[in-house]
Design a protein around this ligand. Structure first.
Ligand SMILES: Cc1ncc(C[n+]2csc(CCOP(=O)(O)OP(=O)(O)O)c2C)c(N)n1
Ligand SMILES: [Mg+2]
Length: 372
């Protein structure tokens, strides 16, 4: 097999090549449902953004197989350093749509207290889903540092660093992989090669034969997998996670997939993605692929899809309504979480802000008092 031939498990007719994913029927259906829930979350967020209720979102259409297959390889005690396009990893591990919607609205219950952009989730349970870093690639060395700390402490926690094809051009990618190789840190690098970094095609991103091959330079295995085959992604990631957990060091996994939507709700991919490319990948839709497997295994029927998807839409819509009703963070939250005791100059600035807020009618109940 050459580096650029991706590993796949689910054949076009839904049969597997004998691979047993080691998941019960309920677990496999959880994978499927999670993929549908990602689509439903996207659909609701697009409507919210287009109607001016939230400022921004990131579509995940086409990447759900990679997200769910990868997430399924990690334990709740592991840490995920996700990219901004990893909604399926959060949902797979039981982070609720409501918690995610609080961030989309930047309301008072958002874990980031409205200080991050929408889509920049951070959660510490049921799994550690580390705050999204907007500057591309900066979270890669963070994941490596956390992995090295886990190793030094003698723990068996494994870290995931997830990023796109564009992320491989960042300094963080090269320094992160270098340190991880030297330290044999328990980290798995997941490169989601979805063909595009906003409007930059992969051919302009690198002149190497894909991204997995770059692992060789850093002294670790590099594996290419069909990112639209959820079971192939699971298989590859499980092997990499087990290797990291047992002291074997890092792996770079390249998932070949395709972003069927825009880069974000501010983007129009029809301006740069050739129609034939999109049509070709639509046939490889990861949800349809997994449906063929589930159907061939007698776990799912075509008539199940519509009620499952509409249940997911109801769930996301209810989460959005609930999050929308939560007030924005109080003005005083601007001054919290940095100092144990607020310095006098910030206290003074805060007071001026509250007075201005009151005069302009922007201050909400509670503003104007420091709880510090
Ligand atoms: C350091 C840095 N440079 C540029 C940007 C602007 N930017 C945001 S997303 C993006 C493309 C990233 O592409 P890729 O890693 O392939 O991720 P994908 O969008 O495909 O998920 C760029 C250039 C940024 N956020 N950070
Ligand atoms: Mg990309």
């Amino acid at each position: 097999m050459t580096m650029s031939e991706p590993l796949s498990v689910i054949a076009p007719d839904g049969a597997t090549n004998g691979y047993d994913p080691g998941l019960s029927e309920a677990e496999l259906l959880h994978c499927y449902r999670t993929m549908l829930r990602v689509r439903a979350f996207d659909e609701i967020c697009l409507k919210l953004q287009r109607s001016g209720r939230i400022g921004f979102s990131i579509p995940n259409l086409g990447i759900e197989g990679t997200q769910v297959g990868a997430a399924s390889a990690f334990e709740k005690s592991d840490w995920l350093f996700p990219s901004y396009r990893d909604f399926g990893m959060a949902l797979y591990h039981g982070i609720t749509p409501l918690e995610m919607m609080h961030n989309m609205y930047g309301n008072a219950q958002d874990t980031a207290k409205g200080r991050q952009m929408p889509v920049h989730f951070s959660f510490d349970k049921p799994i550690r889903f580390v705050s999204i870093s907007s500057p591309i690639g900066t979270h890669i060395p963070q994941a490596v540092g956390a992995a090295y700390a886990s190793k030094l402490r003698g723990e068996d926690t494994v870290m995931l660093a997830s990023f796109g094809d564009g992320g491989t051009s960042s300094l963080g990618f090269h320094s992160g992989l270098n340190f991880a190789g030297v330290w044999k840190a328990p980290v798995v690098f997941l490169c989601q090669n979805n063909g595009w970094a906003i409007s930059c095609p992969v051919e302009e991103q690198t002149s190497s034969d894909g991204f997995a091959i770059k692992a060789e330079a850093y002294g670790m295995p590099g594996v290419v997998v069909d990112g639209n085959d959820v079971l192939a992604v699971r298989k590859t990631m499980l092997e990499a996670v087990e290797r990291a957990r047992s002291g074997g060091g890092p792996t770079l996994v390249e998932c070949k997939t395709f972003r069927m939507g825009g880069h974000s709700t501010s983007d129009d991919p029809s301006r740069y993605v050739p129609a034939e490319q999109r049509e070709e990948w639509e046939k490889k839709d990861p949800v349809l692929r997994f449906e063929r497997f589930l159907e061939a295994s007698g776990m799912w029927k075509a008539k199940d899809k519509e009620p499952m998807y509409s249940e997911a839409l109801d769930e996301m819509s209810a989460a959005a309504s609930e999050a929308e009703a939560v007030p924005k963070p109080g003005l005083e939250s601007i001054f919290t979480d940095v100092y144990a005791e607020l310095p006098p100059h910030l206290r003074r600035q805060g007071q001026e802000l509250f007075e201005l807020g009151k005069r302009k009618g922007d201050a909400a109940a509670g503003d104007g008092e420091f709880p510090l």
